[in-house]
Design a protein around this ligand. Structure first.
Ligand code: G4P
Length: 525
């Protein structure tokens, strides 16, 4: 009998959060090179070298040159099983990007040494903060000119509120990267580029004496900075890391694979394994209870020949075995798991068993929605995944009025799947709902799917609102008829959302009506 708690302890389930171009794809390859997942770099690269494109869905993805397919890369490292859950389409945000964070126990915040904290990193960080996901920071591209290490720490602290506690400290300024000092042991490690790149870098330990001779000023300076860090107490503290108060920081470069093994070691040593998960009522589902899992993403139409719909489930408790018949908590109906897969990009392999922390792809999952729970044995429902703050708004209309029914059905279906948020008001009427998106590419997906799957071509008129706040019925009259503001109801949860063209307009309305209720939605908190 496998010990489920022990299997859980061996799992590390995480996502990389970053701004486009910070090096997420390169880091994914670099991580996988240390593991048995793939044999050569390039196999998991999100931007090039895609093989065997199978669907028109992929065509949309390809023509935009971005990834809208997400899944998890599973690999072994030091007797641990890593699940790297992809944050999809990070060049163009969607709600999916945020939702996948419901599936992880830890996040690696990847920042560009020259650019520091960038807007999309901040947005994803805010979701981590809301969900209290511990964050490990990796300062990438140290092999290129960039900012001062201490200055970056200040920025991280200022922007995130987390106390940075460096695990490694760079030997040499950005652009003159020789290696790192490991703060826990005080050892110096020298990195040497492997010719041809894309393979593991050579790492040698330097004695203090040889480091002094070889690195001269860079060694002295790093030593002074490390002493300063110790003096100000910037040392790792597991409790505050897990409480989302501090962040271990590593310096490296994904491209020449500098510091990547240290990141994996840090994950093994510090990142939390899957834990007992509270259900919607607050009761805990122990890790070794019968199987339960959370659907965190549904990808429709990946393979149109089969009208494929694949649901990605994070195992929360118990052992998953392919072929199990589970219960779908939302409907109470049985769900057969004959087709369980492990999916990353174009690669799919059949998955026979999985443990807490693992990600399972279930094919033919038409009934499943993001946020749904599946279970075996005693019933459980996990808390729903929250809806995120939309920033892009457009009125949708059927181009052909004879397709009104298909249009309505399609919109409702995509709303239920969580593809887009649908807002309505009496004023606008039923045939002209407002679609609200976290990233504008969600509009293209809606347009594409409504026409391909429901035969309803639509026109979209962009609205110039940029922010949404939750409001209440008593505040509605205060907003009625105001220029640059409008209240609509979100179908998904009947929340009243007040939309504004800009901060300035919202603030002036708030000033005039001090009693008005305008609460930030998740991504703004
Ligand atoms: P992303 O997925 O976060 O968008 O970033 P990606 O990995 O595609 O990296 C963006 C660019 O930064 C790539 O260069 C990549 O080679 C480079 N890069 C990533 N990590 C490092 C690093 O540690 N050091 C250096 N020097 N460069 C790094 P590109 O020329 O835009 O693309 P490509 O032609 O290399 O794919």
């Amino acid at each position: 009998m496998t010990d489920i708690r022990e299997e859980g302890r061996r799992r590390r389930t995480f996502a990389v959060i970053s701004h486009p171009d910070a090096g997420k794809s390169t880091m994914t390859e670099a991580l996988a090179l240390h593991a048995s997942a793939i044999s050569a770099a390039g196999a998991v690269h999100g931007k090039a070298g895609r093989r065997g494109v199978t669907s028109d869905w992929m065509e949309l993805e390809r023509s935009r040159g971005i990834s809208i397919t997400s899944a998890a890369l599973r690999f072994d490292y030091r007797d641990h099983v890593f699940n790297l859950v992809d944050t999809p389409g990070h060049a163009d945000f969607s709600e999916d990007t945020y939702r996948v964070l419901a599936a992880v126990d830890c996040a690696v915040m990847l920042i560009d040494a020259a650019k520091g904290m960038e807007p999309q990193t901040m947005k994803l960080f805010q979701v981590c903060r809301h969900r209290r996901i511990p964050v490990i920071t990796f300062v990438n591209k140290w092999d290129r000119p960039g900012r001062e290490a201490l200055e970056l720490l200040d920025e991280i602290e200022e922007r995130t509120g987390l106390r940075p506690t460096p695990v490694t400290w760079p030997l040499g300024a950005a652009g003159h990267f020789h290696g790192v000092i490991d703060r826990a042991t005080g050892r110096a490690v020298r990195y040497t580029r492997t010719p041809g790149g894309a393979t593991r870098a050579q790492e040698d330990e330097l004695t203090a004496e040889s480091a002094r001779v070889e690195l001269g000023h860079d060694w002295e300076r790093a030593g002074e900075e490390v002493s300063l860090l110790s003096a100000i107490g910037a040392d790792h503290d597991q409790k505050s890391f897990e409480a989302h108060e501090s962040t271990p920081v590593l310096f490296g470069a994904a491209l020449p694979n500098f510091g990547v093994a240290r990141l994996l070691d840090t994950m093994v040593e510090l990142a939390p394994p899957p834990a007992d998960r509270p259900d919607v009522a607050g009761a805990v589902r122990p890790l070794d209870a019968p199987f339960s899992g959370l659907v965190f993403k549904v990808q429709a139409n990946m393979d149109p020949a089969h009208r494929d719909r694949i649901a990605f489930v994070r195992v929360c408790s118990g052992r998953f075995e392919r072929g199990m018949v589970l219960t779908h908590a939302a409907t109470g109906r049985p769900f057969a798991t004959k087709y369980a897969q492990s999916v990353f990009g174009q690669e799919r392999t059949t998955l026979d068993e999985a443990y807490p922390g693992d990600v399972v792809g279930l094919v033919n999952a038409t009934a499943l929605r993001p946020g749904d729970t599946l279970y075996d044995g005693s019933a459980v429902t996990f808390p729903p995944i929250p809806s995120f703050a939309p920033e892009h708004f457009a009125v949708a209309r059927a181009r052909d009025s004879s397709k009104a029914k298909q249009f309505r059905r399609g919109i409702d279906q995509l709303d239920a799947e969580g593809v887009i948020q649908v807002l309505r008001s009496d004023l606008r009427g039923d045939q002209a709902p407002v679609l609200a998106a976290v990233g504008p590419m969600q509009f293209e997906v809606v347009q594409h799917r409504l026409s391909a799957e429901f035969g309803a071509r639509i026109s979209l008129d962009r609205l110039d609102y940029t922010l949404a706040r939750r409001t209440d019925a008593a505040s509605v009259p205060l907003l009625a008829g105001r220029r640059g503001a409008e209240v609509l109801e979100r179908g998904r949860d009947q929340a009243l959302l007040a939309l504004f063209t800009d901060q300035w307009r919202m603030r002036s309305i708030m000033r005039e009506n001090p009693g008005i209720v305008l609460e930030p939605l998740i991504a703004d908190t």
